[in-house]
Design a protein around this ligand. Structure first.
Ligand code: GUN
Length: 291
């Protein structure tokens, strides 16, 4: 069994991005600039956005945090997005989700200029991904593909089962895994899938992205499989300062001995998700996707 070390891989990619920023600045360009819009004070969102800003600093990006209170009007938020769309000094931005109930999330996503949509959530980016055009790919699928590539994991002709069909992980992951450069045969499983346990046990590559801690158990994994655990559910813990710890969708101790490769939680997919936003911002700054 080989452990897929997302933390070390993300660190290496961060170093590559840092060098890329230095090259851009050396060539007389300004550093890449990422902005994040945060609405309200949800604890999880505060933490994630703080990480994003910190990551920017570490690689030499400029970053801007734009805050709105919980009761901001949708119109006000949309106007800010339009302002950011027009700002030539800004390469990309994200609106941290979830948003308060009175704001239409899809309307917000569709107001973002696709060329600055470094989250890859806009339907133009999703659609471009589907037909194999250059696009911003959402951070978690982007990070997983990068792990598969860097660990030289064979994907061609393999049976890949993805458990979960969310717009930001399962669905785009299924599109990427079936693309010509990856060539896996993909099944997307979900809450109505019949014989799910047998299906998982038939997978050469099993991607668990359902957000149910400990769902994937030993009997659901084939000997020699590659297991990617996307789950990061916060569960209470008396052993950490924060009072919680992250728990994956896979029972790691049971499953790991059977695997050819497996990602741990924490330290697997999570750090790759973080670094992928930086990679997308470099692509935006260089105009590599839309031009
Ligand atoms: N909320 C949880 N994950 C994400 C993400 O990747 N992007 C944004 N904008 N919001 C999130």
């Amino acid at each position: 069994m080989q452990l897929i070390d997302g933390k070390a891989t993300a660190k290496a990619i961060k170093e590559e991005i840092k060098l890329e920023v230095q090259k851009l600045v050396h060539a007389g360009r300004r550093p890449p600039h990422l902005a994040a819009i945060l609405v309200g004070h949800d604890g999880g969102s505060e933490t994630y956005v703080a990480y994003k800003i910190k990551d920017c600093e570490e690689v030499g990006f400029k970053s801007t945090l734009i805050r709105f209170e919980e009761d901001v009007l949708e119109q006000e938020l949309l106007e800010k997005i339009q302002e950011l769309n027009r700002d030539p000094g800004l390469d990309g931005f994200i609106v941290q989700l979830p948003l308060p109930g009175h704001i239409r999330e899809q309307k917000v996503i569709e107001t973002i200029n696709p060329a600055k949509d470094v989250d890859g959530f806009h339907p133009v980016n999703v659609g471009r991904t589907v037909i194999g055009l250059p696009s911003f790919i959402s951070a978690t699928p982007f990070g997983i593909i990068e792990l598969l590539k860097r660990y030289k994991i064979e994907t061609s002709g393999k049976n890949c089962v993805i458990v979960g069909r969310s717009n930001i992980v399962g669905r785009p992951m299924s599109i990427l895994m079936s693309q010509k450069s990856i060539n896996a045969t993909v099944t997307v499983a979900h809450s109505r899938t019949r014989d799910l346990e047998e299906l998982c046990a038939s997978a050469d590559i099993l991607i668990a992205a359902l957000g149910a801690p400990g769902f994937i158990k030993e009997h659901m994994v084939k000997e020699g499989a590659v297991v990617i655990d996307v789950g990061t559910t916060r569960v209470p813990s008396s052993e950490t300062k924060s009072g919680f710890r992250l728990k994956g969708d896979v029972v790691f101790n049971e499953v790991a001995p059977k695997c050819a490769f497996i990602t741990p939680v924490p330290g697997g997919v999570g750090p790759m998700t973080r670094v992928s936003l930086l990679s997308n911002t470099v692509l935006a700054a260089k105009g590599n996707i839309f031009n």
